[in-house]
Design a protein around this ligand. Structure first.
Ligand code: NAD
Length: 454
């Protein structure tokens, strides 16, 4: 781990002085190479992590879009200038690299989330260290090989593997100036505090409980498709999974259709054609999800579909759980309070939009939420009063493209500067403000002034 830091430190001396255009040229090549190998990387993700192949391709694609965004660094990193702020005097700002940055990533997006981090850091002139999830580091390693092929010089990007010890090393190392973290609450809060203690800037994206509000005036079929897809896709292992549905008023009459649609989904190994959802990441994750389903039943929820006993022929030892729906869930139940991170949809009812909003705003998390309605005024009110970072209107998974920033508020985020977009550039740079005076004629008097210049 120390060798990785030494190598990043050495590389920073020249990389930080390289021209913006030369870094951009390497990033253009990197974009081409990821595109070339997209299917290969996706296949590796499916093999190692389990998500379906089309879903894994989406994982790589959404990361590739960050690389494409990083290519517009010549516009993104423009500073500010004010000509003639005083007589013959101008002020300007430059966005300069920080030094060595580090990224710590979760298992659920093995390509996209590393790509949220190191391309943005590198294009700004930093060198970087990645610590991918110890559960599926394969895609990150393939992305490193491509980075080498694209021409990023040795030492600009380094990988260390491991779990807690590697994380502690990153938090404490004085040469590492910033940490980007995505993962669970416990790890995120810990890294935020430990990293800040040693003077680093930290951005920490954490857990979620995303609610989908279904209004009775919504487009029925499109809404049910969106809801079922976003609840069970990736076996619910997405931080933006729509894991809770709130039926407002008469919308509840669509519950039987939702059940039918959910039952049609095929659970299978991710590489099998036609699979809609694959396995969970580990036996422990499966066990945890089964316990949370049981807690819902024990605390009085109605089990509309039970995916616990599912057997997938040929993969009898797989960590599969089928689509599961717990209905009549109340905010005090464990299955509502905890992020389940499995194919379990928690279903609730509200009589009015205000009641649905109250449920969402009382939940500690603020990652994502969506409303389904054909009424503009309803949507407008929702946007205005909902206290959540990413809001979808008839869009189930409102993860913004990289010209915007991935946000998230309240318990879903620690820090003040988000991933990618302009916020990403701000995170990976520091400002230098220059004030310059250029005047041809010399002073006419010989008296120095000691008062503060205005
Ligand atoms: P995780 O917290 O277990 O692991 C994330 C990283 O932290 C890994 O690299 C791991 O090695 C490290 N880590 C884990 N426990 C640690 C500890 N106690 N101390 C120090 N380091 C530790 O998360 P995961 O299970 O891999 O990912 C799932 C979680 O990530 C979910 O909670 C999900 O909501 C969240 N997530 C959030 C976002 C977002 O943008 N908000 C995106 C994806 C995933």
């Amino acid at each position: 781990m120390e060798a990785a830091v030494d190598s990043a430190k050495e590389a920073f001396k020249t990389w930080s002085k390289s021209t913006v255009l030369s870094r951009q040229q390497i990033m253009f090549r990197y974009q081409q190479l990821i595109k070339r190998d997209l299917k290969k990387i996706a296949a590796e993700i499916t093999k190692e992590q389990g998500k379906t192949l089309p879903d894994a391709e989406g994982d790589v694609m959404r990361g590739l879009q960050v690389v494409e965004h990083a290519c517009s660094i010549t516009s993104l990193k423009l500073g500010e200038t004010l000509f003639n702020v005083a007589k013959d005097m101008d002020t300007m700002t430059f966005r300069l690299p920080l030094g060595i940055t580090a990224g710590i990533t979760p298992f659920n997006f093995p390509a996209m989330i590393p790509l949220w981090m190191f391309p943005m850091s590198l294009i700004c002139g930093n060198t970087t260290i990645m610590k991918p999830s110890e559960r599926d580091p394969g895609a990150c390693m393939m992305l490193m090989e491509l980075a080498k092929e694209a021409g990023f010089p040795n030492g600009t990007i380094n990988v260390i593997h491991g779990a807690h010890d590697a994380v502690n090393f990153i938090c404490d190392n004085p040469d590492i100036k910033a940490i980007s973290f995505v993962g669970s609450d416990g790890a995120g809060q810990y890294i935020y505090e430990r990293g800040a203690k040693s003077g680093k800037r930290v951005q920490s994206n954490m857990g979620a409980k995303n609610h989908g509000v279904i209004m009775p005036d919504a487009n029925k079929e499109a809404t049910l498709n969106a809801l079922v897809g976003a609840a069970f896709g990736a076996a619910g292992q997405r931080c933006m999974a729509l894991s809770t549905v709130v039926w407002v008023g008469e919308a509840r009459k669509w519950i039987p259709d939702m059940i039918e649609r959910s039952k049609k989904l095929k659970v299978n190994a991710g590489h099998e054609p036609g699979a809609d959802l694959g396995p969970l990441i580990s036996p422990a994750a499966k066990q945890r999800v089964l316990e949370l389903i049981q807690s819902g039943v024990d605390e009085g929820a109605q089990l509309l579909i039970d995916g616990r006993g599912i057997k997938v022929p040929g993969y009898e030892k797989g960590n599969f759980v089928g689509p599961t729906i717990l209905h009549g869930v109340k905010p005090n139940m464990t299955c509502y309070k905890e992020e389940i991170f499995g194919p379990v949809l928690v279903s609730m009812e509200a009589d009015t939009l205000d009641e649905a909003i109250e449920i969402i705003n009382s939940n500690p998390y603020g990652n994502g939420t969506s409303i389904f309605t054909m009424n503009g005024a309803t949507a407008r009110k929702f946007i205005d009063v909902i206290d959540v970072g990413q809001v979808g209107i008839n869009v189930p998974i409102p993860v913004p493209l990289p010209m915007f920033s991935f946000t998230g508020t309240r318990a879903s985020f620690r820090g003040d500067t988000h991933f990618y977009g302009k916020q990403g550039i701000n995170f990976y740079t520091q400002l230098k403000t220059v004030t310059q005076l250029w005047r041809h004629q010399d002073a006419t008097d010989t008296q120095a002034t000691t008062s503060f210049p205005v």
